[in-house]
Design a protein around this ligand. Structure first.
Ligand SMILES: Cc1cc2nc3c(=O)[nH]c(=O)nc-3n(C[C@H](O)[C@H](O)[C@H](O)COP(=O)(O)OP(=O)(O)OC[C@H]3O[C@@H](n4cnc5c(N)ncnc54)[C@H](O)[C@@H]3O)c2cc1C
Ligand SMILES: NC(=O)c1ccc[n+]([C@@H]2O[C@H](COP(=O)([O-])OP(=O)(O)OC[C@H]3O[C@@H](n4cnc5c(N)ncnc54)[C@H](O)[C@@H]3O)[C@@H](O)[C@H]2O)c1
Length: 467
């Protein structure tokens, strides 16, 4: 049994913690999969590379409104896939090589295997050949992430399916793809594959896609999506089977009774569950809540002194920028135990990189109502700002919620071109307490650029006149 000062489980955001400041510490890093975790290998980064490529592929279909006639001549899927992973796989390999062999990591031992707590501050790691090592440590960082949820649909396991872990490495594009789910992953991949000419059918249990968004965004996005691919709403998939010709038949319950669908491939995208169950953290006294998340306090520490957790394993926000923020907090608290800092989850933004893009921060209108806060709302269409004219945009808009007395922004929701970028000044204003009036009139807004959307949305807020 080897004892360490620190053991980090998971090399997603957990890997960023150990640097030269830990040179005097005896450290172990445990990773069962590919170095770099979900975001690099199977999440944010490759998906956005596919999304950008899909945006390019979708351009000709919308070009004629500018008087430009373009034609999409073809999609070279293997080339797209290999370009993307040809960039990503070497980064993961270099990360692993660095930790295993670079002299910077002389104090770091890497265990390539699956860790599981077997006692108080005692972890058993099983490597890929089934060999086990037992290690103990004064401190642990639990950064083991999450995995796709697989719903209990009859016949699904035997039929076979893809998740976001595998769909990006397909050998060839299917002719027909069903996507089960209507959240982030479903909306992003529906855009990718439909733009590449695949016949996509998205199967949603809910009445709208992206039901976590502000209701206006969710309903308007759903209408736009229905113009691009098939969206089956209020459909519950109950059975799947593989047919002799290799295709897949799905049975669904829907408001009209039952329906069947035949496709060539199936992507399951119905959420992600934390990997805490596989880590057995209870053996070391770490609590797990009813959603399966490791419970932490505001310092990211679990119930056990010296055991910290971060990212998808513990957070209701399964987002990389949150995992990164929490990793920075954990790193500080490990190094400065007498001056610990708290993580800041006040204004966590997110973006859905679909088409049109969606970005959001703060309260939705329904949440503001449920919380009984005093608020006013403004809306601004892209179609009514100069850059929106240039883009001939007809569907995009920004919606802001603010406190009418103070002008403090409470929520911002944008659907339209570059929403993920356009929202950033609003995140900044909310984070630093800048009120809507000062934000709108205390700075120049470049004319005629896209952020004029925000300037106008701010000016549209029916705030109490300033003294
Ligand atoms: C398709 C997709 C697209 C996404 N796009 C975005 C996006 O655009 N923007 C965004 O903010 N977020 C996005 N996310 C979410 C983001 O990827 C995650 O929130 C983030 O990667 C979580 O980081 P983490 O460090 O908590 O976990 P991970 O990066 O998942 O790292 C956990 C690591 O722990 C290892 N591990 C797990 N269990 C064990 C064990 N028992 N022993 C040893 N090792 C173990 C795993 O192999 C993994 O490498 C996306 C996710 C998906 C699936
Ligand atoms: N751009 C980004 O930041 C980004 C992109 C992808 C993923 N992510 C993260 O990964 C997480 C997981 O993404 P996701 O899309 O898998 O989950 P999600 O939680 O966003 O959406 C899952 C959806 O599937 C529905 N669902 C659940 N069970 C179902 C069933 N049996 N049949 C049909 N629908 C069902 C749910 O009602 C929900 O609407 C996201 O919540 C997000 O935090 C982020």
């Amino acid at each position: 049994m080897t004892h360490y000062d620190l053991v980090v489980i998971g090399t997603g955001s957990g890997n960023s913690i150990v640097n030269h400041r830990f040179a005097d510490w005896k450290v172990a890093i445990v990773e069962r999969g590919v170095f770099g975790g979900t975001c690099l290998n199977k999440g944010c980064i490759p998906t956005k590379m596919f999304v950008h490529t899909a945006d390019v592929a979708a351009t000709p279909a919308g070009s004629s409104r500018y008087g430009v006639d373009e034609e999409l001549l073809g999609i070279r899927w293997p080339e797209i896939r290999d370009r993307i992973f040809g960039r990503i796989d070497p980064i993961a390999a270099a990360g692993s090589e660095y930790r295993h062999h670079n002299p910077d990591n002389a104090n770091v031992t890497v265990y390539d295997g699956t860790g599981r707590f077997t006692g108080v501050k005692e972890l058993t790691v099983e490597d890929h050949d089934g060999v086990t090592s037992v290690i103990t440590a004064d401190r642990f960082v639990l950064a083991a992430g999450s995995r796709p949820v697989i719903p209990p649909i009859v016949g699904l396991e035997e039929t076979g399916y893809h998740t976001s872990d595998t769909i990006m490495r397909l050998e060839e594009l299917p002719r027909r793809l069903a996507i089960l789910g209507s959240g982030f992953v479903a909306a992003e991949f529906a855009h990718v594959f439909s733009s590449f000419g695949v016949e996509v059918t998205l199967i949603a249990r809910s009445k709208v896609m992206l039901r976590g968004e502000d209701a206006e965004i969710a309903s308007q996005f759903t209408e736009i999506a229905r113009g691009k691919y098939d969206v089956l709403l209020e459909h519950e998939t109950i059975r799947a089977t593989r047919l002799e010709d290799g295709s897949i038949r799905l049975w669904m319950l829907c408001p009209d009774g039952k329906e069947e669908l035949i496709v060539d491939d199936l992507l399951v995208a119905v959420g992600r569950t934390p990997n805490a169950d596989q880590l057995n953290p209870q053996a070391t006294g770490v609590e797990v809540d009813r959603e399966g998340r490791v419970v932490v306090d505001e310092y990211q520490q679990t119930a056990v002194d010296g055991i910290y957790a971060l990212g998808d394993l513990t957070s209701p926000y399964q987002l990389k920028h949150v995992a990164n923020h929490e990793a920075r907090v954990v790193k500080h608290n490990l190094l400065e135990p007498d001056h610990r800092i708290k993580s800041d989850h006040r204004f966590v933004p997110h973006a859905v990189f679909t088409s049109p893009q969606i970005a959001s921060v703060g309260l939705t209108e329904a949440e503001a109502e449920a919380q009984g806060v005093n608020f006013v709302v403004s809306r601004q269409k892209y179609a009514d700002i100069a850059y929106g004219w240039a883009m001939e945009d007809t569907t995009g808009f920004a919606k802001l919620l603010a406190d009418p007395e103070t002008g403090q922004l409470l929520g911002a929701h944008i659907m339209g071109p570059q929403a993920s970028t356009v929202i950033q000044p609003l995140i900044q204003a909310m984070s630093f307490g800048l009120n809507a009036h000062d934000m709108a009139r205390g700075q120049y807004w470049i004319h005629p650029a896209m952020p004029e959307l925000i300037e106008n949305a701010l000016l549209n807020l029916p705030l109490k006149p300033q003294e």
